[in-house]
Design a protein around this ligand. Structure first.
Ligand SMILES: *Cc1c(COP(=O)(O)O)cnc(C)c1O
Length: 399
């Protein structure tokens, strides 16, 4: 069985895990500051702070731009659905803007249709590593005096006209979750060039309780989970857990257990920061290597599959390989599973947020959501598995 994803675990993770028992307090705080400076230097911005999660960073960004209950926020019609209740809980009114059919990214023309005098912010997501048309969105926002928050959870290292994404909007967020490009067993980053936003973010983060414990616990549970995925039992387990009967229950359980670790807002830890510095140093190489392999797979994808266009606006970062399936994703998954391939479908890829928000004018998002499949493609995928992946896709396309 080729698993859908693989969490990278390095030897330094264990070393730093043990070190976190002794390197605490002020020295841990120093490590966090060093990581934050490294991120700011990498992106080419003034201010970057590490947070509990990407979601936490979004909330801090909303506070920073002064979003109040009753304000309107424009969101992509195709993105992570779990973000919606988070924003709605703050009394914000969400309006979905449809996506572009080729890049799957929020379409600036649809954003323009959504702006009203009550619009406070636009959430501009660089989906699946492909830069969205951020310059057009920022131009629109300036014209209407609306804030732009860039969601760079998938786009760490992507750039537009030589400038890193995350430096265009009023604020930007990154995720350091285990499945993202700079994984540090959870965490996030908020970036801004606006001194007022920076001040409000720092005030909130400096008041957070400091403890290394939760991050250590998260690392440990990730290691247990990952050794299961890499064991021979996984083939059997996956068939049960991802079967039509159990998939929904399992996903709810899985997300719930991860949410519990994420919802508590703590200071980012020294343990995580030291891993972050190491992984940030590898990010450009990783993106280059995986982008090259992405192109290779895209070139060998059998007829019938449609790949996401990632480089129309700028240089992409690698997140996941997502394509539109020639047949219904449920049938595709059933047959793929029998051939030893674990593919993600439906909300395991991303969500039809247009439909979740009852918008009836986001047909592209619905079409993409109904066809999108996440192929098992990750760092460390061996040549042998790569060839098997291509051969299996050919069989699936042939019917
Ligand atoms: C992962 C993700 C986030 C938030 O990240 P967490 O660290 O998991 O809170 C935000 N937006 C998108 C599109 C994501 O995929």
């Amino acid at each position: 069985m080729i698993p859908r994803r693989r969490v990278p675990i390095a030897r330094t993770d264990f070393v730093e895990w043990f070190r976190s028992f002794v390197r605490r307090g002020a020295s841990a705080a120093d490590d966090v500051s060093r990581f934050e400076r490294a991120v700011a230097d990498y992106l080419g911005c003034e201010f970057a702070r590490a947070t509990s999660s990407g979601r936490d960073a979004i909330e801090l960004a909303l506070d920073g731009v002064g979003a109040q209950p009753g304000d309107e926020v424009i969101v992509p019609a195709y993105t992570l659905g779990e973000l919606l209740p988070l924003l709605q809980a703050r009394g914000l009114k969400l309006l979905a803007a449809d996506i572009e059919a080729d890049t799957f990214n929020i379409d600036p023309r649809r954003v323009a249709d959504r702006i009203t005098p009550k619009t406070r912010a636009i959430l501009a997501t660089h989906l699946l590593g492909a830069p969205c048309d951020i310059e057009a969105i920022c131009a629109l926002a300036r014209e209407h005096d609306v804030a732009v928050i860039e969601d760079c959870a998938h786009g760490f290292g992507a750039s537009v006209a030589g400038r890193k994404v995350g430096t265009f909007g009023d604020a930007a967020i990154f995720s350091l979750e285990v499945n993202k490009a700079v994984p540090t067993y959870g965490g996030g980053i908020i970036v801004t060039g606006d001194p007022k936003i920076a001040e409000s973010v720092s005030a909130a983060l400096d008041a957070r309780p400091r403890s290394e414990r939760a991050a250590r616990k998260k690392a440990f549970s990730t290691w247990v989970e990952e050794s299961l995925i890499r064991s021979p039992f996984y083939a059997i387990l996956a068939r049960i857990l991802f079967s039509e009967k159990f998939a929904r229950t399992f996903e709810r359980f899985y997300r719930g257990s991860h949410d519990r670790l994420r919802t508590v807002k703590r200071a980012y830890t020294g343990f995580q920061a030291r891993l972050g510095i190491a992984r940030l140093g590898q990010l450009d190489d990783r993106n280059e290597r995986l982008n090259r392999r992405w192109d290779e797979l895209a070139g060998q994808l059998p007829d019938g599959f449609t790949v996401q266009v990632r480089d129309r606006v700028g240089t992409p970062a690698f997140y996941n390989f997502v394509a539109l399936s020639p047949i219904g994703p449920k049938a595709l998954r059933r047959r793929a599973m029998r051939l030893g391939l674990d593919v993600g479908i439906g909300s395991e890829v991303m969500d039809d947020c247009g439909r979740m928000l009852d918008a009836d004018d986001c047909p592209t998002a619905t079409r993409v959501a109904e066809r999108a499949v996440l192929l098992p493609f990750y760092d460390g995928l061996s040549r042998r598995r790569f060839r098997r992946l291509v051969r299996t896709l050919e069989k699936l396309a042939a019917g």
